[in-house]
Design a protein around this ligand. Structure first.
Ligand code: SAH
Length: 346
């Protein structure tokens, strides 16, 4: 029988296993704190637990780990990109960014992605598998360990579609924010989705404090379907309806992400359409200069992004341009993982 992945288990699940083997419930809390507060990587580090119980724990559980395969540091700012190898040999990317308010980390939620957005490097190699809760969590723990910094905010904007790995992502969020363990407020977490509408409704019911970000990228239904196939399943009117519901239910403002692509989505007509689509919605538009992807010829001029921001602001839409970090190590999100999977990195 394979061992239980203890970093993917919440406190009540660990308590259940421990009581089944005749241990007191409080032991579970002790172990949980070793894992999530003291960040033990081995049961033998848990010195206030008897050697006998540690041996038993090692028979039942495993403590998952990530291994740095490559580390790229920006020479422009302090952005660091980690390529981590998972225990089954797959790879994920995690990016550590420094802002004036602290450190933020961008984590992946899947190995590859099924969504097929045209401009996205993660989509090109297709989908391999979901990440387990522990594998999402460890991107934070291991990055803190590697860098020696305390991470104060998290964005689920790396490789993968978080709402396509809904159960594991929610489990990750509950372990991340558990008062008995890591205790990070979900106010410091942003979750970005390409727009899986039924899951937006489900998430709304939970009324979590996180910031929901929607990758919109075009206000035009046909154009959005061309660049984001998910729009053929859940079109713009349905998506906006779900967003309105989410805002009503949670009282939280939504962020719309918009990668500005020359000749695709940044004309004055696009600004008009976007402004009328979002009018009256409690939201914020985050404009991103599209990152170059080797296989695609999408690009955006800096001036084009600033110009589009101006067009939106004139139309009363709250829009800002995302700061570009680590542009020299960009290798747009997902390219490093593909290179590694193909055996093409040193
Ligand atoms: N699947 C989720 C989260 C991962 S992508 C989502 O779609 O939101 C994180 C963000 O990066 C999304 O807004 C995505 O559309 C954007 N993105 C992907 N490729 C990009 C590129 N080449 N340039 C700029 N933004 C990109």
């Amino acid at each position: 029988m394979s061992k239980l992945d203890i970093l993917s288990m919440d406190l009540s699940e660990i308590e259940k296993v421990l009581t089944e083997i005749g241990e007191k419930k409080f032991r579970a809390k002790q172990i949980y704190q070793w894992l999530h507060v003291k960040r033990a990587t081995d049961f033998d580090q848990m010195t206030d637990i008897s050697v006998q119980l540690r041996t038993r724990l090692k028979e039942i559980f495993c403590i998952n780990g990530l291994f740095v395969r490559k580390r790229l540091e920006s020479s422009i700012d302090n952005t660091v990109k980690y390529l981590y190898r998972l225990s089954d040999g797959n790879f994920v990317e995690t990016v550590l960014m420094e802002y004036n308010y602290g450190y933020s980390v961008c984590v992946s939620t899947q190995v590859g992605c099924k969504m097929g957005c045209r401009f996205c490097a993660s989509a090109i190699a297709g989908f391999v598998r979901h990440l387990d809760p522990s594998e999402i969590l460890l991107q934070i723990y291991e990055t803190e360990r590697q860098s020696g910094v305390k991470i104060s905010s998290i964005v689920l904007m790396g490789i993968g579609e978080p709402l396509d790995n809904y159960d594991n992502v929610l489990k990750f969020l509950s372990i991340l924010s558990d008062k008995n363990g890591n205790d990070m407020s979900l106010r410091h977490v942003s979750l970005s989705t390409c727009g899986i509408v039924p899951k937006i409704y489900e998430l709304a019911q939970l009324q979590l404090g996180l910031t929901l970000c929607i990758s919109l990228h075009s206000p035009d239904n046909e154009r959005r379907s061309e660049i984001m196939p998910v729009n053929r399943a859940y079109n713009i009117p349905e998506l906006i309806k779900a967003c309105r519901y989410y805002i009503d239910k949670t009282g939280r403002r939504i962020t719309f992400e918009y990668a500005v692509i020359d000749g695709v989505n940044s004309s004055p007509a696009d600004a008009d359409k976007l402004a009328s689509l979002l009018r009256g919605i409690n939201c914020h538009v985050n404009l991103i200069p599209v990152n170059k992807v080797r296989e695609r010829n999408y690009h955006s001029a800096r001036s084009g992004v600033a110009n589009f921001a101006g067009l939106l602001q004139k139309r009363g839409i709250n829009a800002t341009v995302r700061r570009t970090l680590g542009s020299d190590i960009e290798a747009a999100c997902g390219q490093l993982r593909r290179d590694a999977a193909a055996g093409n990195i040193d």
